[in-house]
Design a protein around this ligand. Structure first.
Ligand code: GLC
Length: 398
């Protein structure tokens, strides 16, 4: 079997059609629903094999957009009964009530690169506009140009140690303790009817580095999409928003060359080194010198992120590091993809290649697992997990 086939087969196997909508589930045993950033990853992978299926993935994701523009991070489509996945009740039927890192404009632009289907851009633009406008207004109610999340799950990194401080948890904790705190937060969110400005101000006031970096990169793509559609004013507006968020990140987040997520209205820095510190490379908000320092002092540092199977989600010298702890240490292929793209942005081609090779080796050694022990390469979590397909997009041009 040609190697590209392995990835396209995995996605085909996980493909589902419900109510006329086609989408891909991340893993049949563990995650039998549609997730927001997963679907963007699927669309990016599919753009290489089958742009038509990539478009369908995006259209099903957009189909459940809320009136206020938010796109939910989960669409259940059907009620599956027997799953090992622990279901959180998000206070609504059919979808969750929170969002996830906004990778949609990036995915749509990448699909457009394969075939230049302007009608696809036209048919999705209004919804993208509405979604990013929602994030810019509802998630930044005071116009500070930093986008807030109201629950750790909105980051896509459910139990990351970046959220220990806001959740009032110690660095060493059990999954259950972490889950309990997040469930309490969901109960508060339900009580305040998921009114984002209110929920953020009162319960979880976090400006997360990856979410904002991903927002910057996506706003730049949205500006390109608007331009293609001859919407000059929108294009200038979104490019300016990307610039404003970059500036605000540079103002509130860095210390000694590292960008940290912030907590509370006085932007208290959450000084935990996770892979998040590399996402400013993805958003291209560092100077060349800053990027060089970050890569040599932290990414390539054997005491922090350069493990036998890089890149661990949490630096190994952090007290919270746990090589099997979900987002508290293991290597995830999507994380490697973000870092790969960031390295390419700054011309670190050789290191990017190493990350690509190491990602492929992990899959060859341990299969399409959800995440991997960064020291031994052991596969962990869900099986037949789709994110491994992102290695097909680890190419310099996308
Ligand atoms: C887990 C991950 C999240 C992902 C979801 C479905 O909850 O933490 O990022 O979207 O699974 O794969």
């Amino acid at each position: 079997m040609a190697s590209a086939d392995i990835y396209s087969r995995l996605l085909e196997k996980n493909r589902r059609v419900t109510d006329g909508f086609q989408y891909t589930i991340p893993s049949s045993g563990t995650y039998p629903y549609q997730w927001l950033w997963d679907s963007c990853f699927h669309a990016i992978i599919l753009s290489h094999f089958s742009p038509a299926d990539a478009k369908k993935e995006i259209l099903s994701l957009l189909s459940k957009q809320f009136q206020n523009g938010m796109i939910p991070h989960m669409i259940y489509w059907k009620n599956f009964k027997k799953v090992s996945f622990r279901q959180i009740e998000w206070g609504k039927d059919g979808t969750s009530t929170i969002t996830q890192p906004p990778m949609i404009a990036y995915a749509v632009w990448q699909i457009f690169q394969k075939g230049h289907d302007i009608d696809f851009l036209k048919s999705t633009y209004q919804q993208l506009y509405h979604f990013y406008r929602y994030l810019l207004s509802e998630r930044d109610p005071h116009g500070k140009h930093l986008i807030g999340i109201m629950n750790p799950d909105e980051s896509g990194e459910d139990n990351s140690p970046r959220f220990d401080l806001p959740l009032n948890l110690p660095p060493i904790q059990t999954r259950e303790e972490n889950m309990q705190k997040r469930l309490n937060l969901v109960a508060q969110n339900i009580e305040c009817k998921f009114d984002a400005p209110f929920c953020m101000r009162n319960f979880f006031w976090v400006k997360d580095v990856p979410f904002n970096a991903i927002m910057v990169a996506n706003l730049k793509m949205l500006a390109k999409i608007a331009q293609k559609l001859d919407r000059q004013e929108d294009s200038v507006y979104f490019a300016k928003q990307a610039e404003d968020i970059s500036q605000a990140m540079r103002k509130f987040m860095p210390e000694d060359g590292i960008f940290y997520s912030t907590f509370g209205e006085d932007y208290k820095k959450i000084r935990i080194k996770t892979w998040a510190i590399f996402t400013p490379l993805f958003a291209e908000i560092l100077s060349r010198e800053e990027a060089k320092k970050l890569v040599s002092e932290h990414l390539l540092n054997k005491n922090e992120f350069w493990t036998k199977f890089p890149v661990p989600t949490t630096a190994i010298d952090e007290p919270s590091f746990d090589p099997k702890g979900f987002w508290r240490g293991p290597t995830w292929i999507a994380v490697n993809w973000f870092i790969y793209k960031g390295l390419i942005n700054y011309g670190f081609t050789e290191i990017a290649k190493e990350i690509k090779e190491s990602s492929k080796n992990l899959i060859a050694k341990s299969g399409f697992r959800e995440y991997f022990n960064p020291e031994t390469g052991e596969g962990l979590g869900a099986k037949n997990f789709t994110w491994g397909g992102l290695v097909t997009d680890m190419t310099p041009g996308g």
